[in-house]
Structures are given as C-alpha cells and as structure tokens.
Design a protein around this ligand. Structure first.
Ligand SMILES: C[S@@+](CC[C@H](N)C(=O)[O-])C[C@H]1O[C@@H](n2cnc3c(N)ncnc32)[C@H](O)[C@@H]1O
Length: 254
C-alpha cells in the first residue's frame, strides 16, 4: 500500500494555490439564498467555510468526510459561523433524505474512490431536481514535465495513475459517471497550473517524494531516478524548470 498523497498541510497549501479555481467552482451555488449546500470529501473544511461566507447565513453548508481527523480540523477552523456543520460520513451512504440538498460539490474526492459510480449515484439521490453538482478533479494522466527524460516522466505518470491514486483517470471519466447517474447539462472547464521551480513542484505535487516512492515500488530504477532528479535540479538552477498540470471542473444539473 502506498501512503496518501495528501495531508492537512498539503490541503492548506494547495488550497491557497487553487484559490481561483475554487472560487469558480462556487459560482453555481450563488443563485441560492436558502437551503443546504453539501461539500463531499470536505477535508479541512476550507471550501465549506468559504461557501458559508460567500453565500450568507440563510444557507446552511455541510461538510462530510470519512476521515475523523479531517472533520476535527474542519470543526476547529469554523470559528463562530452558525450556518456550518461537519460530519463524519462515507460518500457512499450520506445520511440525508432523497432530494433534500440544494447544491453539491466534491473536490479531489472521486480520484480516491474504488467505487466512483456508486458515490455519484448517492450524490444524485440526495440532490433536489434541477439543482447543481460541481466536481473538481486532478488530471494526473496529463502531468507534463518539460524535461528530456521522457521515459522516466512517463513511468512517474504510470505510477501515479495505476498505483498511487485509486482512480487515477477520474478526471477523464467524470462525464461518463455523471451521464450514467442521470445528470444533465454537463459542462467541463479546465484550469491549467504551471509550476516554475522544483520547490513548487515538491510543495504542490510532492514530486521528489513520489519519484522516490515510484522507485521503491520498482516503476523506475535508482539510476533513472537519479538521472531524472539531477536533470530537474539543473533546469531549476538555470531557471528553465517547467511542469504543468490541469484541473478539471465538471458542472451539471440533476
Ligand atoms: C485530496 S482530499 C480533498 C479535500 C478537499 N475536498 C479539498 O479540496 O481541499 C480528499 C478528501 O476526501 C476524503 N475521502 C476519501 N474517500 C472518501 C470517502 N469514501 N467518503 C468520504 N470522504 C472521503 C478524504 O478523507 C480527504 O479528506
């Protein structure tokens, strides 16, 4: 088993980095002035708190996550917001009635699921008719490192999509999951992120850490790893390091 590629600090750092994308993802909910918005796989609760502040106190915002450590962190961050709640829950069995939710959001969740279709069906069940779902996913298969060691880079992508991330191609399959569950008016938006230094790539992608893990798991040889990292360091020291990753936002309506 490989370790998770995120923790509380990682979510806080990437949350700042993804600020514009997050704000874009809240837009479909801004037409609602009452009801319940649910952020599924809410992690540290950053998006729940942002949406509660954005949408006003007539709207209730609920964050659910199956990890009690995340929910504890989220509860400790909510301050005196009265319209925010957090709850430990599996996405596959949300303790809410059919058609009871005004809007649903899930960011970087579907990539972790072994049964994404069931999760999307559960989201469909709780959402009111004609109301929005927004899903944000990382396009891990599209990770591009501008470097001549293309074999090593390809092996890194293979490790990420096949081993590290349970559902590594989630971003490519979103429209199929959504159509399969019955959602309509599906629209896709892409946000591209460019990392211009090795330290940024290590902060936002844990690049060297994941390369070492891929090497331990036999995806790259030690020599390939060393050659690749040395070349990344050279490009970094000479000011031409570049790495790019897309994030996909799927908007739809039940
Ligand atoms: C990469 S984090 C993203 C957190 C947050 N959405 C964000 O963008 O900052 C994925 C979150 O999904 C949660 N998660 C993973 N599988 C889950 C499941 N089956 N049910 C509920 N939450 C889950 C994890 O505990 C984690 O907090």
């Amino acid at each position: 088993m490989s370790t998770k590629h995120y923790n509380i600090k990682y979510l806080e750092n990437t949350g700042q980095f993804l600020k514009n994308l997050k704000e874009f993802s809240y837009k479909p909910f801004t037409t609602y002035h009452q009801g319940l918005i649910v952020d599924v796989g809410c992690g540290t609760g950053m998006d729940v708190i942002n949406m509660a502040n954005l949408l006003g106190e007539q709207i209730n915002v609920l964050g659910i996550d199956h990890d009690p450590v995340m929910i504890q962190k989220a509860n400790s961050s909510k301050g005196d917001l009265k319209n925010v709640e957090f709850s430990v829950s599996e996405v596959n069995s949300i303790a809410l009635a059919d058609e009871s939710v005004t809007g649903l959001r899930a960011e970087r969740l579907i990539q972790h699921l072994k049964d994404p279709e069931q999760a999307v069906a559960e989201m469909y069940r709780v959402l009111k008719k004609d109301h929005p779902l927004v899903i944000v996913e990382t396009d891990w298969a599209g990770l591009t490192i501008y470097n001549e060691h293309t074999d090593a880079a390809k092996k890194l992508t293979d490790y990420l999509t096949e081993i590290k991330i349970n559902n590594g191609y989630a971003s490519r399959k979103l429209t199929s999951y959504l159509r399969g569950a019955g959602f309509n008016d599906i629209r896709i938006s892409i946000f591209s992120f460019v990392l211009k230094s090795l330290s940024e790539a290590n902060e936002y992608l844990w690049l060297e850490h994941i390369l070492n893990e891929a090497t331990d798991k036999g995806y790259l040889s030690k020599a390939e790893n060393e050659e690749f990292v040395n070349s990344l360091k050279t490009s970094d020291e000479n000011g031409y390091f570049a790495c790019c990753l897309n994030m996909v936002i799927a908007n739809c309506i039940k």
